[in-house]
Design a protein around this ligand. Structure first.
Ligand SMILES: [Fe+2]
Length: 189
């Protein structure tokens, strides 16, 4: 493992900061009526979706099983449930144009759900992980999460259970299909 490998909490916190920044830009463009602003909002919603799906699936496959084993099964289960809810929101948002009145509503729901997720993880889960796992384990997991995110799906798949095995089974096909669609449409580029 490289000496400069970040630990898993640093990796996940960095993801959270990137998402918060995109949320901030989306909020600042709220109500802007120009075509340019609308296009930018849709682009940002796509980017935030890509980042959130990769982040969440990496957490479900790699991080929550460790939380379940070393911290608390209840805490892991709670996080999976909230991921499933946010994934439904992402799925509804994906189908909407930025000038659809429902777009702002779904976006507000998403921001509330994700800000809550960030608060709980950074407030509780990460602290519990630092208590229950040593630095070497946390760094190793950080490397796995970074590698996993490169091949993870980029679109919400709410029909796939938020558990490691179904995620992995659906993973390669779903990721490849997502990435081919992204390539064909220029989404996220
Ligand atoms: Fe997270």
């Amino acid at each position: 493992m490289a000496d400069d490998q970040r630990d898993v909490i640093q990796v996940l916190e960095q993801d959270h900061r990137e998402v918060e920044q995109m949320f901030g830009e989306l909020e600042s463009l709220r109500g802007a009526g120009t075509d340019e602003a609308k296009a930018r909002r849709k682009e940002l919603a796509d980017q935030v979706t890509i980042e959130l799906v990769r982040h969440s699936v990496a957490e479900e496959v790699l991080v929550y099983p460790q939380v379940e084993r070393k911290v608390s099964a209840e805490e892991a289960e709670h996080a999976r449930k909230e991921h499933a809810e946010a994934e439904e929101t992402l799925h509804r948002l994906e189908k909407l144009d930025a000038d659809d009145p429902a777009f702002d509503e779904e976006l507000s729901t998403l921001m509330r759900e994700i800000r809550h997720h960030i608060e709980e993880e950074e407030g509780d889960t990460f602290t519990h992980m630092r208590q229950a796992m040593d630095q070497e384990e946390l760094r190793k997991l950080g490397g796995q999460v970074e590698a996993f995110k490169k091949v993870a799906p980029t679109r919400p798949h709410p029909n796939v259970p938020n558990e490691p095995l179904p995620r992995i089974a659906a993973g390669p096909a779903a990721s490849l299909f997502d990435r081919m669609r992204d390539l064909a449409t220029g989404r996220g580029s």
